[in-house]
Structures are given as C-alpha cells and as structure tokens.
Design a protein around this ligand. Structure first.
Ligand code: 5GP
Length: 200
C-alpha cells in the first residue's frame, strides 16, 4: 500500500480535528504540530501539539526543522519534518490538520502524493456558534478567527476536495469516500499496476 498524505485545512473551529480523529489509528498517522500557544483544558503535550516556548520554536525555524510554519493569532504553528518520517516508518497515511497558508506551501513540496481537502462550515453564523461553544477563546479572539475564516474561505477552489461539515457523521462519510477514491486512482492502486504490467 502506498503512503498518502492528506492535508486537511479549513477555518479554525470548523471541526477539522473532530473529523480526522474519527479515522482509524491503525492506518493513519496524525501529524503533531509544534505551537507556542498555551494548551487548552484537556490538551496533552505530544498528542494534540508539542507545546513549546517561542525561543525554542524560533530555534527550530533557524535549524530548518519545519516543513512549513506560520504565525497566526499571535501564535506560531509548524509541522516538523520528523512527523513525516514517523508516519512513513510506520507505513501509515499521513494526516496534517493545518491552516490554509501552510497548506498552500505544501503543494509543490509533495506533488501529487498529497491530497488537499478543505473543510467548510455550513455558514459563518454556525462557525461563530461553534467557536463560542468551544469556549476556549475570548470574544476578541473569536472575532479575529472569524475574520480570518472569511479570508480563508476564498481559497476553497484551490483545494482538491471540499467537505461541508454540517453534520459530523456525513462529513466523515465524505472524507472516507475521498480517501477510498484516491487509493483507487490507477497510478496508486498496486493491484491494478501489477495487472497492467502483465499486459504491457
Ligand atoms: P488552534 O489554535 O485552534 O489549535 O489552531 C489554529 C489553526 O492553526 C487551525 O486552523 C489549525 O489547523 C492550524 N494549525 C495547527 N497546526 C498547524 C501547523 O503545523 N501548521 C499550520 N500552517 N497550521 C497549523
């Protein structure tokens, strides 16, 4: 089986992490990003993020340890190159849950081995409601995330697929269908490639 890379992007609060966490750990490796943000209640270091000081993050940038990184919401977020090695050494598909700018930077890096999926809310009102019930950001920070969401939504057509996350179960079905379809593309399907090699 070929290892694929799924880049899942979309506005903050849209439910990207709830969606990807439904995928089985057996087949998927979830990239753990580094961040300078403080942990939310329940978040675990090394599982949800590697929570690091700004100084340590800047050092990692200097040493070229990130595949991509951004600074948004007064916070640094970055994907360490070592996450990719971990996924591939475990022979699993890699899942990256990152914001839009980081995603666009990875297209040229990964080529067609990466599939770019954009998760959108059914409406901006619903996104606001979700950010509010999450209860982890101040009113001001919620406004900031909403303003950024409007900018991010303009990127939708750049992605390979868009999933509307109105209902988590339906959104998950769409995600599974995308993964299944991508695994069955002729240039990826190893059984098909074997068959082809017998006739040419
Ligand atoms: P949060 O603070 O809500 O956990 O994350 C804010 C945003 O940063 C989310 O859209 C999340 O997907 C994104 N993000 C998390 N890790 C990374 C990363 O390593 N790189 C980039 N570019 N974005 C990230």
């Amino acid at each position: 089986m070929e290892n694929l890379i799924f880049i899942i992007s979309g506005p903050s609060g849209v439910g990207k992490s709830s969606l990807v966490k439904k995928l089985p750990l057996r087949d998927f490796y979830f990239s753990v990003s580094h961040t300078t943000r403080t942990p939310r209640p329940g978040e675990v270091n090394g599982k949800d993020y590697y929570f690091v000081e700004e100084k340590a993050f800047l050092k990692m940038i200097e040493k070229g340890e990130f595949l991509e990184w951004v600074r948004v919401y007064q916070t640094y977020y970055g994907t360490a190159k070592s996450e990719i090695e971990k996924a591939f050494s475990q022979k699993k598909h890699l899942i990256l849950d990152i914001e839009v700018i980081g995603a666009t930077r990875l297209r040229s890096y990964f080529g067609k081995e990466a599939i770019f999926i954009f998760v959108v809310p059914p409406s901006l009102e619903e996104l606001k409601r979700r950010l509010k019930i999450r209860g982890t950001e101040t009113e001001e920070r919620i406004e900031e995330r909403l303003n950024r969401a409007k900018e991010e939504l303009r990127f939708a057509s750049w992605f390979d697929y868009v999933i509307i996350n109105e209902d988590l179960e339906k959104a998950y079905q769409s995600l599974q269908a995308i993964i299944e379809a991508e695994l069955n593309r002729p240039f990826r399907n190893s059984l098909f490639k074997k068959l082809l090699s017998q006739i040419i």
